[in-house]
Write a protein that binds this ligand. Structure first.
Ligand code: CDP
Length: 216
């Protein structure tokens, strides 16, 4: 692997994307939000009224979908869907879509292809453990469910969504459970990942701890 690959994994709302985006800018490398890919497929399934428990239908949709990242935008079949994929409806359903092995194969292919062509930091659940087991650097970010819920609540209410803190914490806990217990490529800390507990830490402090481990 010649390009630099940095994996950032961890449970829902641990701050992975915020940190990865800043680190990408500082290192001048690409950032890939792999969760956005699973969210985009989920959004398309919901839009097409697919039963989220019907794996065959989900696989059909996933095979017939084009997902791309350009300039920090996620494109679903050519349309930017940055906002549409962040709703509670998508959050509530995404882990059931992401547990389908064939869907993961398709998404992982795209992720590996991007890593082959560019230096990249990717955030997700299985980047260090499955997608790039030989990544140069692996981080695993954690925080208490209450802290993760509070951050996500702030983010969503600032965007104008009306959603309760309890609803968000429940969603986070439920997703973590499905993500950690799925059969294929579950959420897990890779043996060689550096764990950072972000509870009570500022964004700058977490970015500094990540950058302090990276020698390039
Ligand atoms: O941003 P947040 O922490 O809420 O989640 P996300 O990174 O947008 O990921 C949404 C969901 O996609 C997760 O709960 C997982 O079910 C799934 N996912 C996954 O299975 N594998 C990844 N590499 C990334 C996300």
């Amino acid at each position: 692997m010649n390009n630099l690959v940095i994996a950032v994994d961890g449970p829902a709302g641990a701050g992975k994307s915020t940190i990865a985006k800043i680190v990408a800018k500082k290192l001048n490398i690409n950032y890939i939000d792999t969760g956005a890919m699973y969210r985009a497929i989920t959004y398309k399934c919901l839009k097409n009224n697919i039963d989220i428990n019907n794996e065959d239908e989900i696989i059909k949709i996933a095979k017939d979908t084009d997902i791309d990242f350009r300039d920090n935008n996620i494109y679903l079949d050519g349309q930017i869907v940055n906002e549409e994929i962040r709703t509670m409806e998508v959050s509530n359903n995404v882990s059931n879509v992401a547990k389908v092995k064939e869907v993961r194969y398709l998404m992982v292919d795209v992720q590996r292809e991007i890593g082959k062509r560019n230096s990249v930091i990717l955030d997700g659940r299985d980047i260090g453990s499955y997608v790039f087991p030989n990544a140069h650097y692996k981080f695993f970010l954690v925080a208490t469910p209450h802290e993760r819920g509070t951050r996500r609540h702030k983010e969503l209410t600032e965007k104008g969504y009306e959603v309760s803190l309890d609803e968000i914490i429940n969603d986070i806990i439920k997703r973590d459970e499905i993500d950690s217990n799925r059969e294929f490529a579950p959420l897990v800390k890779a043996n060689d990942a550096i764990e950072i507990d972000t509870t009570g830490k500022s964004i700058d402090a977490v970015v500094d701890s990540v950058l302090s481990k990276i020698n390039i």
